[in-house]
Design a protein around this ligand. Structure first.
Ligand code: ACO
Length: 331
């Protein structure tokens, strides 16, 4: 007998960003750079930074609480918590368990972290939607939360100017057939792993004096290679996910690309034939917040009315792994 497949959709959104704003002008006093270089190469003006007392779970918990309030759902109703992050509070336990405990979510709820570079939110959304589709969960909390500022080498101008901290969360539930998450595509190319990594702190290079002296606990990136890869895959992934949903580029009402660099977002929009009014851009205010970037962008577009009920919304992410992926949603 064929089991019924349920449609998962987003019924609540919430975000949390730290108060502290770090401007390009301030960075001029920290590393050998200029505001003009940063803005012209990336589109970033400023980013948010956590203080020493704040960790990823702190932002994640607030964002998730706000998403539940927005959905009108009590924490006790949550069946599963997924936190997509590259900067967990600790290597173990999972940040998702900390969020579960702090929000008062029941102990019978599952909770785990998911690592897929900056594409983590797209992966977590996809995984969460499958629990709903299978009928094994009624309410799933999906969070993208990041404190990359803690993993940056603040003496490396080629990376420290790019990233920011933040968290965004969505609540998934069953929605009427024909709406919600219509299709998804996930991709990976492990051969590209060396282009974007934090080399030490795991089982390959456990912490030693040498790894500390070598600054191997900080993010390293081959920016040019990641840039070329991102420009290529953003448009491709969007086209493929639209085809999987039986839609065409002309059907897109709103496009939410991972907010890494305006010079990656614009070519993707051109390839898809979408005018920039239909493309979410807030990289100028938050920098690249990794797994938080898509939910931060989604929250803003929903709140200011740029996404309306019935719109076809395409989200595309890319990042370390290398990974990339896309989701199409009927809002
Ligand atoms: N200020 C001034 N000069 C700088 C800075 C800076 N902050 N950073 C680098 N430069 C210099 C470089 O040293 C280089 O100098 P050189 O030519 O003398 O060697 C010069 O500027 C040009 O460097 P490029 O790397 O060619 O600059 P590019 O135009 O490619 O821009 C950037 C660099 C912004 C990093 C770009 O390559 C990019 O956006 N790449 C993608 C990054 C990305 O999206 N990463 C996130 C992935 S998601 C995740 O999973 C975390």
């Amino acid at each position: 007998m064929r089991r019924e497949v349920l449609n998962a959709g987003i019924v609540g959104v919430g975000v949390c960003v730290p108060d502290r704003i770090l401007t390009n002008a301030e960075l001029e006093h920290m590393v050998d750079t200029t505001s003009e270089w940063i803005f012209s190469r990336t589109g970033i003006n400023e980013r948010r930074l956590t203080g020493p007392e704040q960790a990823t779970s702190d932002l994640a918990t607030v964002a998730a609480g706000r998403a539940l309030t927005n959905a009108g759902i009590n924490p006790e109703e949550v069946d599963l918590v997924i936190v997509a992050t590259n900067t967990p509070d600790m290597l173990m336990p999972a940040t998702a368990c900390m969020v579960q405990e702090r929000l008062g979510i029941k102990k019978s709820a599952g909770a785990f972290d998911l690592a897929a570079g900056c594409t983590g939110f797209v992966h977590a959304l996809t995984v969460g939607s499958q629990f709903i589709a299978a009928g094994s969960c009624r309410t799933v909390l999906v969070i993208g939360a990041e404190t990359l500022s803690k993993m940056l080498n603040w003496e490396d101008r080629s990376t420290c100017v790019l990233f920011g901290d933040g968290a965004g969360a969505v609540v998934l539930r069953t929605v009427p057939e024909g709406s919600g998450i219509l299709a998804f595509k996930l991709y990976s190319d492990g051969a590209g792993g060396p282009h974007l990594l934090i080399p030490a702190g795991g089982s390959r290079n456990p912490a030693t004096r040498e790894t500390l002296d070598g600054r191997l606990h900080f993010l390293q990136m081959n920016g040019r290679e990641v840039f070329k890869f991102a420009v290529r895959v953003m448009g491709e992934a969007a086209e493929e996910v639209l085809a999987a949903a039986g839609l065409d580029k002309s059907d897109i009402d709103f496009f939410i690309p991972h907010q890494a660099n305006i010079r990656i977002i614009e070519p993707a929009a051109r390839r898809l034939g979408i005018p920039m009014e239909k493309v979410m851009v807030n990289v100028n205010r938050y920098g690249n917040t990794s797994t938080a970037s898509i939910p931060l962008a989604l929250d803003e577009a929903v709140r200011d009315g740029r996404i309306k009920s019935g719109d076809y919304v395409v989200m595309v992410g890319f990042g370390a792994g290398l990974t990339w992926g896309a989701v199409v949603i009927k809002w």
